[in-house]
Design a protein around this ligand. Structure first.
Ligand code: NDP
Length: 286
């Protein structure tokens, strides 16, 4: 069994980015800039935001944090996004989700300038992904693709099964795996899938993005499959993935651990997207 080490891979990507960010800074006279908006005091969101700001510091990207109180009005938050859109030194805008109750996240996301949409959730970004046009891709599925590439996991003609159809993970994941050049044959499963175990057992590559600890068991995996576990579930025993890692580790060809698999890649890809957004905005990349 090959352990797919997302933590080490993310570290390698960060090192690569450091050099690229420094070179871009020399050329532009400024480093790429990322605005991070955290509304309210949600503890999990605070940890995510802290990690993202730390990743910016490590790679040389300038981060600017904006922390409106949970009582901020929809109009005030929309004004903030408009100001960030207009700031020439900001290349990326990230609004940490979920937003407090009473705020309309979709309206906020729709307002972000697609050129600065480093989370890849804007309808324009999703549309470009669907059409196979260049653009900013959602970070978690992009991180999975990067792991498959860097670990030389063959995808052409392979059967990939994605469990979970959310807009931020499952759906874009299925599109990325099916795109020309990657060429997997993709099945997208969800809570209404009739015989999930039978679908999963067909998978050469299984991506689990469900949100239920240890939900995918060893008997649902075929011998020699590659298992990518996106799940991050808090349990009494700590963080658990969606897949029963210990039961299936001797059966699979390769697997990502939780923690230390897909999670660190998500943040690394946010940095990659910020650099790419900066390059595109400055006319250095199509
Ligand atoms: P959502 O809750 O938005 O989506 C979960 C999906 O799983 C839905 O499509 C749902 O189906 C499907 N599902 C739920 N129960 C079943 C079931 N019994 N059988 C089959 N499918 C089922 O979650 P997210 O996509 O946002 O996140 C998924 C997991 O990934 C979570 O653990 C989350 O914490 C983690 N995550 C990790 C990230 C990382 O960086 N590593 C980033 C983002 C998320 P239906 O649509 O029918 O309801």
């Amino acid at each position: 069994m090959k352990l797919i080490d997302g933590k080490a891979t993310a570290q390698t990507i960060r090192e690569e980015l450091k050099t690229e960010v420094a070179a871009l800074k020399d050329r532009l006279g400024r480093a790429p800039g990322l605005a991070v908006v955290l509304v309210g005091e949600d503890p999990a969101s605070q940890v995510y935001v802290r990690n993202k700001i730390k990743a910016c510091e490590d790679t040389g990207i300038v981060s600017k944090a904006f922390r409106p109180e949970a009582s901020v009005s929809q109009a005030e938050l929309e004004d903030l996004v408009r100001r960030l859109n207009a700031d020439p030194e900001l290349d990326g805008i990230l609004v940490q989700l979920p937003l407090p109750r009473g705020l309309d996240s979709q309206r906020i996301l729709d307002l972000i300038d697609p050129a600065k949409d480093v989370d890849g959730f804007h309808p324009v970004s999703m549309g470009r992904l669907t059409l196979g046009l260049p653009g900013l891709r959602p970070c978690t599925p992009a991180g999975v693709m990067e792991l498959l590439r860097r670990y030389d996991i063959p995808t052409k003609g392979k059967k990939a099964v994605v469990v979970g159809r959310s807009n931020i993970v499952g759906k874009p994941m299925a599109l990325l795996l099916a795109q020309p050049g990657v060429d997997a044959t993709v099945t997208l499963c969800h809570s209404r899938t009739r015989d999930l175990a039978a679908e999963c057992r067909q998978a050469d590559i299984l991506v689990a993005a469900i949100g239920k600890a240890n939900f995918i068991t060893a008997d649902m995996i075929k011998d020699g499959a590659v298992v990518i576990d996106v799940g991050m579930n808090r349990t009494e025993k700590g963080l658990a993935g969606d897949c029963d890692f210990h039961a299936m580790k001797d059966k699979v060809a390769a697997i990502t651990p939780v923690p230390g698999g897909v999670g660190p890649m998500t943040i690394a890809m946010l940095m990659v997207n910020t650099l790419a957004a900066c390059r595109r905005r400055m006319g250095l990349e199509s």
